[in-house]
Design a protein around this ligand. Structure first.
Ligand code: ATP
Ligand code: MN
Length: 538
């Protein structure tokens, strides 16, 4: 490969036990793009973006995500099959093996940080085996100035060795890949997987422990943007429900698309410095801002291109989870720094594949707490031929895989903040309408956008009988009218041509809600328990 240019900074990793000097420190995005292509690890798309394949893994692997059980975490983490304990001694041994492995490799190192609010800044050093993974870190974490870089003191380290395969029997992992957090040593150790999302979600998980425990700040799996009048909106939702899509709104400044903290003095700050958007079926017409962000500096993952480098976003032959990462400044209308004040609206996004939840409804504080703890969305079985039955999927706080504490800890903080700030809370179904998956179709993005705009501008009016009616099954308040949306779309039952089928399906979902909520009942007040659906099938 070509020699780094003269402005290249250098660094020693002696203190990590890495003794060689084939270390590329703080390379520019352009250099990493070029090196990736020179090493035949990626190609340039016609848009100028770098396109890579992440290898065996094209998504996170939640079953291989561990937390070291030590004095810091022992009594605080909610242990179970989400937060799987790992022994400190095993970690130390595995870490040493990974370091020995990396000691043989050319490395790419980047100093960066998380948390746009200076009071929360977390300095991070990312050590990567691959150049494109290091470019991902450049895109997704916050980028220090030269001044900040001089005397940079990394607090956490991400050690990322996609080519290192663990030996499960000896190393104590489940299989060859792993993502392990160690709070005592402040290390996120990722091996055996090239999926870049593990890098960002490792630090996210660390912050989801540190912020509530040490800083009285609520970490959230949500996107956020800010209106012309300075009002902040946040959008919670599980993967694929629309956090990135809907927060990228040309009329509002983007704060961030995935990870935020809500501080005790009521401001919301982004943890990250970039976005990580799904690109399945992406179109320039429907999502021009994200489409436009795919240019030099962006990294496309697992997409299919033709000989001229033109991406076919409909092609899911590698995965449905095709992605692009880009630094946040690839979007025109952004808030800088990524901090918002004055939270006025909260949206819970759900992709209800049963097609029974209203496309927009307003929640009482108790309903908001209930839905936050439940964290409902649906999985469609669409990839297997003939399977059309959706599966309900519940993930507490709309992000259980990244939440080391018990969900009640986050829910309590959120409930308190919601009451203090007097926000309006909305449940948005970005999923199916006119029937379940297989019969109905996905809610049109332009309608969802119109509903969100109307909620934000106050056009949905006050909570009164004239403006809203209460859904007989879910108990939520549905607006009767919404500018820019055909009235028939607002009532899910009306979009089905079979009343009985609608109610049968709705009860299937409410029963799933009830079943899921059982494990949280002891933590919820009577009021919150009554915030759930009103009717069930017996
Ligand atoms: P992740 O946590 O994995 O980043 P996300 O919540 O950010 O997920 P998006 O990346 O916004 O999810 O994905 C939503 C997908 O659904 C996009 O591909 C978008 O084009 C598509 N979509 C279709 N209809 C709608 C709709 N009505 N509202 C929102 N998104 C929609
Ligand atoms: Mn997203």
């Amino acid at each position: 490969m070509s020699t780094p240019n003269s402005t290249t900074k250098s660094i020693s990793l002696d203190s990590y036990g890495i003794s060689h000097n084939r270390i590329h420190y703080q390379l520019s995005s352009d250099d990493l793009h070029r090196i990736t292509i020179e090493k035949d690890m990626g190609k340039e798309a016609s848009s100028g973006a770098l396109a890579v394949n992440t290898g065996e893994f094209t998504g996170r692997s939640p079953m291989d995500r561990f937390i070291v059980e030590d004095d810091i975490t022992k009594d605080k983490v909610w242990w179970g099959n989400i937060n799987i304990p790992f022994e400190p001694q095993k970690f130390d041994k595995l870490y040493d093996k990974v370091i020995a492995y990396l000691n043989e490799k050319e490395l790419f190192v980047r100093d960066c940080y998380a948390c746009a609010d200076p009071a929360y800044k977390l300095n991070i050093r990312v050590i990567n085996e691959y150049p494109w993974s290091n470019m991902f870190a450049h895109n997704m974490f916050l980028r220090p100035t030269d001044q900040e870089l001089a005397g940079f003191d990394p607090e956490w380290t991400v050690v990322n060795a996609p080519g290192f395969m663990a030996d499960a029997k000896i190393d104590g992992t489940r299989q060859h890949n792993f993502a392990i957090l160690n709070f005592s040593r402040k290390i996120a150790l990722v091996g055996g997987t090239g999926y870049t999302g593990e890098i960002k979600k490792g630090i996210f998980s660390a912050l989801n422990f540190i912020l509530p425990v040490d800083k009285n700040t609520l970490p959230m799996h949500c996107s956020a943007n800010i209106g012309e009048g300075g009002d902040t909106a946040i959008f919670f939702g599980l993967s694929g429900t629309g956090k990135t899509t809907l927060s990228t709104d040309p009329n509002r400044k983007l704060i961030g698309d995935d990870e935020h903290g809500w501080t005790a003095d009521n401001s919301v700050f982004n943890f990250e410095g970039g976005c990580y958007a799904k690109v399945i079926d992406l179109s320039k017409e429907k999502e021009p801002e994200i489409y436009g962000a795919i240019k030099k500096g962006a990294i496309l993952e697992n997409v299919i291109m033709d000989g001229r480098g033109v991406v076919d976003f409909a092609d899911t032959s590698i995965t449905q989870n095709t992605r692009v990462s880009y630094p946040i400044y690839h979007i025109d209308n952004i808030q800088q720094p990524s901090i918002g004040k004055n939270v006025k609206n909260i949206f819970f996004l759900t992709a209800d594949a049963f097609g029974v939840l209203p496309p927009i409804s307003k929640l009482t504080p108790a309903q908001a707490a209930y839905h936050f703890i439940s964290g409902y969305t649906a999985k469609v079985a669409g990839t297997e031929a003939g399977v059309v039955e959706p599966q309900p999927s519940f993930s507490a706080c709309f992000g259980a895989p990244f939440m080391p504490l018990h969900p009640a800890a986050y829910a309590e903080m959120l409930s308190k903040k919601m009451l203090e700030s007097g926000v309006d809370v909305w449940l948005i179904n970005t999923g199916w309408t006119g029937g379940s998956y297989g019969v109905g179709k996905r809610m049109e993005l332009k309608y969802t956008r119109a509903m969100i705009s109307a909620a934000l501008s106050g056009e949905l009016g006050l909570y009164s009988y004239d403006n809203y009616h209460i859904h007989s099954v879910f108990g939520v308040a549905q607006p009767r009218e919404c500018p820019g949306v055909p009235t028939s779309v607002l009532s899910p039952r009306a979009t089905w041509n079979d009343d009985e089928a609608y109610y049968t399906t709705a009860f299937k979902l409410t029963n799933a809600f009830r079943e899921n909520f059982k494990k949280f009942e002891v933590y919820a007040s009577e009021e919150i328990r009554r915030g759930g659906p009103q009717r069930y099938a017996f």
